[in-house]
Design a binder for this molecule. Structure first.
Ligand SMILES: Nc1nc2c(ncn2[C@@H]2O[C@H](COP(=O)(O)OP(=O)(O)OP(=O)(O)O)[C@@H](O)[C@H]2O)c(=O)[nH]1
Length: 360
């Protein structure tokens, strides 16, 4: 639909590993005839999330890599991306911004509300919550409550990882924290009804959004509390490091590295090249807390075989971790025994499975 109506811009937010990319991929896979423009704001200098969704959106995606959108000084960078996506040639119906897992969603909402481009309008804030990590995330990151309070729609994801009683308890808590009337939908692997987002008269109308004045007031309170304007942001305490190598990784050494990962290393994501005979696929790795999963998949045509990882953590010894990863490199993977992959394969879900709990 190529209408003169402004294109709604939806912000997909949620803590690290809550399932934003999964939700986005689900939306893209079930978008029907709707054209979705995507802005991925990854935290880390390698744009892993952008790569995860890239196959699905082609030209309609732009990526803001290597930083946090909510810290863009004046939003002009964001405005430029939105302008590009909103160009009539793309015939985009809705734009989804996948925020970095460490972003302050209010900052983005503010930037979008302040955007003067008549071709786009703010379309709501979707907050993705990890049901299995709900208590832990709230305890470690009190700002979670604030994020829920400004959400227009809350997606309680990973419901497969909690039982019915636990889910009911979390739903009650989320409902109490969110603004009255905020819809809450449960999801397993991000499977939400795309209609929630693609409807041009969406759920955002079921309750009042933050007014422009509210946003400006809060902007005034927030700005420059620490001299740099980032006080209270979840990511001020976080560190992100990236590791790339064209050499293969030894599956045993890499698994050992993951088994021993420090508690402060909250997230590991990326793609791994093991190159072991019989296992020459590209292995996508996701570690969230103690959760670990590998997903083998084909390499893109002409895609160089390499490993690209982003590690996000708090109080981590970055040089030490990089040194350990370097020690995982394997010069001659072609000589490795297929059995050396067994440790990795333990974390590859079988077709009927959804994830594998790390027991280590
Ligand atoms: N069991 C289970 N796993 C899920 C579900 N949704 C997502 N996951 C897994 O959780 C991990 C993190 O999901 P992502 O979609 O990458 O999370 P994210 O919020 O985009 O993560 P960041 O980009 O680090 O902020 C992946 O391994 C997903 O496969 C779910 O509903 N149930």
């Amino acid at each position: 639909m190529n209408s003169v109506q402004p294109i709604p811009v939806v912000v997909l937010s949620g803590f690290l590993g809550s399932g934003k990319t999964t939700v986005l991929n689900h939306l893209l896979a079930h978008r029907g005839g709707t054209r979705i423009g995507v802005v991925v704001n990854d935290f880390g200098s390698i744009e892993i999330d952008a790569m995860s969704v890239a196959g699905q959106v082609g030209d309609s995606m732009v990526s803001l890599g290597g930083g946090c959108l909510c810290c863009a000084v004046d939003g002009s960078e964001l405005d430029a991306y939105l302008e590009k996506l909103a160009a009539p040639v793309h015939r985009i119906d809705v734009i989804v911004i996948e925020a970095s897992g460490l972003a302050e969603p209010q900052e983005m909402v503010r930037m979008l509300v302040a955007n003067e481009n008549p071709a786009v309008r703010y379309g709501g804030l979707v907050q993705v919550v990890d049901a299995a990590e709900f208590d832990a995330t709230r305890a470690a990151h009190p700002e979670t409550d604030r994020h829920l309070a400004v959400a227009d729609l809350v997606v309680l994801n990973k419901t497969d990882r909690v039982d019915a009683a636990e889910r009911a308890r979390i739903e009650a808590e989320v409902t109490a924290l969110a603004a009255p009337g905020t819809p809450l939908v449960g999801a397993d692997h991000g499977r939400i009804d795309p209609e929630l987002l693609f409807d041009r008269r969406p759920w955002t109308e079921t309750r009042g959004q933050l007014s422009f004045e509210d946003l400006l007031t809060e902007a005034g309170e927030h700005a420059h509390e620490d001299g740099e304007g980032h006080a209270g942001h979840a990511h001020t305490a976080y560190e992100s490091l990236s590791f790339t190598t064209d050499q293969a990784l030894s599956p045993r050494r890499f698994l050992d590295f993951l088994d021993r990962r420090p508690a402060g290393l909250y997230r590991v994501k990326g793609f791994v090249w093991f190159g072991v005979p019989g296992h020459r696929e590209r292995y996508e790795v996701h570690a969230v807390g103690r959760f670990l999963r590998f997903d083998p998949g084909p390499w893109g045509q002409g895609e160089p075989r390499r490993t690209q990882l982003v590690l996000i953590g708090k109080g981590i010894d970055a040089p030490g971790l990089l040194g350990e990863l370097e020690a995982c490199r394997e010069a001659d993977p072609g000589r490795a025994l297929p059995e050396s992959m067994w440790g990795v394969l333990r974390y590859v879900p079988r077709p009927a499975e959804t994830g594998v709990e790390d027991e280590s």
